[in-house]
Design a protein around this ligand. Structure first.
Ligand code: F0G
Length: 351
């Protein structure tokens, strides 16, 4: 594939859209599969990061949104709606702007990261702050779309998953094989469903000869898939995955079972430790939710679940600048200095 043509163009034969549809794209996908030397050392494995923050709106949501928006436009929709913890809304807002559609986003009051709100504002979405959590927002969005002429672009819209599965294709195309293990954060469970669909499709068509074990990680305060029942009041610093009742529950369970995989929970402390480690050891600044998969890799290594020498991919789902408050919340060390080279040298203990 030359350059970065967008996931529909890159995988024309595998992502179906109506023949005469105008493709709505911001040239998403084609994100780095970055070797992670520090994590590889820690894991005794070859660890790669699939850096989804490199997408046009800074998260993996763009892969599904290009397909959802292409269908919406083709069907003659004038408006789209979604519920979101922030990234789906940023993506929906951007692709709506590109398509010339009106976009309404339902977000949980006070629980969306600052950068994501800035995106919705910048792209010109109608922002409705709901006095409730993400699960409440999703229920409202579904009801509204079922009763009124407005298209739902959450991942309960099946074409979103079709777009998101392209990340698994890219991983296989780049490695020349499927990984042994795939780690990722899980919230509403669309992405683990999508990756598994992509890997299974490539294996069924003989493009690869194996599929990875899927390891999905949730925040301990929002881990319905781990406990096996919905969480009424989910809580975590990783607001992107603050979801108590995942819409793609069945898809996630199917991915785990068919791949001999696993769900796990990581605490906010473990998430923040992985978040800092990614930035400071690998040079990859992600948002907190994205670090949940890496936190899961580290706990899995400790538990002896990562065979030495295996090929491991961790999807880091969103860019660190999405959530500046978390970045700045850790005690910031800023040192005041006069305009004086000697003072610089002293501050850096060079003299
Ligand atoms: N990581 C980030 C950065 C996310 O924004 C999300 C989901 C996930 C992981 C989990 O993916 O829901 O497919 O299991 N964000 C949704 C949103 C809920 O509204 O942007 P999932």
């Amino acid at each position: 594939r030359a350059g970065r043509p967008g996931v529909i163009e890159a995988y024309r034969d595998r992502v179906s859209i109506p023949a005469d549809a105008r493709v709505v794209t911001l040239h998403e996908g084609g994100t780095p599969l970055l070797p992670a030397p520090y994590l590889s050392d820690r894991a005794g494995a070859s660890v790669y990061l699939k850096v989804e923050g490199a997408n046009p709106t800074g998260s993996f949501k763009d892969r599904g949104m290009t397909v959802a928006m292409t269908h919406a436009l083709h069907e003659g929709s004038k408006a789209v709606i979604c519920a979101s913890t922030g990234n789906t809304s940023a993506s929906a807002a951007a692709y709506s702007a590109r398509a010339g559609l009106t976009c309404a986003v339902l977000v949980p009051s006070g629980k969306i990261a600052l950068g994501k709100m800035a995106q919705a504002v910048a792209y010109g979405a109608r922002i409705l702050q709901v006095d409730g959590n993400f699960d409440d927002c999703l229920e409202l969005a579904r009801k509204t779309a079922s009763e009124h002429p407005i298209t739902l672009v959450n991942s309960v819209n099946p074409v979103r998953i079709e777009g998101q599965k392209t990340a698994a294709f890219e991983v296989c195309d780049e490695l020349g094989r499927a990984p042994d293990l795939h780690f990722l954060p899980v919230g509403n469970a669309g992405n683990i469903t999508a990756y598994w669909r992509g890997y299974a499709e490539y294996a069924a068509d003989g493009v690869v000869t194996s599929t990875p074990r899927m390891f999905g990680f949730q925040a301990a305060g929002a881990a319905p898939l781990v406990s096996g029942e919905p969480v009424a009041r989910p809580e975590t610093i990783a607001t992107a995955i603050r979801v108590g009742s995942p819409a793609s529950w069945a898809g996630a369970v199917a991915a785990r079972d068919a791949s001999n995989g696993r769900f796990g929970a990581v605490t906010d402390e473990e998430i923040l430790a992985a978040y800092r480690l990614l930035a400071r050891r690998e040079g990859v600044f992600v948002e907190p939710a994205s670090a949940a998969g890496v936190a899961g890799l580290l706990t899995s290594v400790t538990e002896g679940l990562v065979p030495p020498g295996s090929v491991v991919v961790c999807t880091v789902t969103g860019h660190g600048l999405k959530d500046p408050d978390t970045a700045l919340g850790t005690p910031v060390r800023v040192e005041p200095l006069p305009v004086d080279p000697a003072a610089v040298a002293r501050a850096l203990e060079l003299v």
